[in-house]
Ligand binder design. Structure first.
Ligand SMILES: [Zn+2]
Length: 212
């Protein structure tokens, strides 16, 4: 069999790999002063349109959110925000209330409800991209975000399919850690699927978990 050249992957995969690189660069700067934090952003692909930096008409890329930037609806600690699910302790919610995902989810939700649902004719794919998989609290937040989106779509009379995925590229799919010296949490999804890629001869893999 003759040697074949590896084809560059689809634009979606290329965009995901590009964003993982950007988030790792941010985290690497942190590493000079301590533990690298979890940076995140969301890619909202509408009708197959893949966003680049600054896009906000037909598709959307949230700004990169930094650790300790979280505030608003998805903190799970305020009376006028999303309700904390029973399986998330108040301590866990408090420890993770400023995580970057809290900012990212709200930003994406606002764009989708203000703009995305109006322009989408076929599909909305929402991809949470982060350098480390989401903690237990943020996994609950992502689930709530998914429900919020489905409810908003129904209210807007939109029937386009909406998918929500979490993508990250740590060595393992998930990792148990203790946070704040006493609260156990799991970063990433044990059931995430490894997705290999090759871009211009550079090989790698990232984890994908699709919410149900
Ligand atoms: Zn978190």
């Amino acid at each position: 069999m003759s040697h074949t050249h590896a084809q560059n992957p689809d634009p979606r995969t290329q965009a995901i790999v590009r964003e993982l690189g950007i988030l790792h660069e941010c985290a690497a700067k942190d590493h000079q002063v301590g533990e690298p934090g979890l940076y995140s952003r969301m890619m909202v692909i509408v009708d197959g349109n893949i966003p680049s930096e600054g896009d906000g008409e037909n598709c959307y890329l949230t700004p990169v959110a930094a650790p300790r930037s979280g505030q608003g609806w998805y903190t799970l600690t305020t009376a006028d925000g999303a309700a904390r699910p029973a399986e998330i302790s108040l301590d866990e919610a408090k420890l993770s209330q400023q995580d970057s995902e809290v900012t990212t989810l709200l930003d994406a939700y606002e764009w989708i409800t203000d703009q995305g649902l109006g322009v989408a004719a076929q599909s909305i794919q929402v991809i949470l991209i982060s350098n480390i998989g989401p903690c237990t609290g943020c996994k609950a937040r992502l689930q709530i975000f998914h429900s919020d989106l489905l409810a908003a779509a129904q209210q807007a009379g939109s029937k386009v399919p909406i998918t929500v995925e979490s993508v990250y590229d740590t060595p393992e799919a998930s990792r148990d850690r203790t946070r704040g010296n006493k609260i156990p949490t799991t970063y990433g999804y044990p059931a995430a699927v490894s997705t290999p890629y090759a871009i211009s001869g550079r090989q790698g893999a990232y984890w994908v978990y699709r919410l149900q």
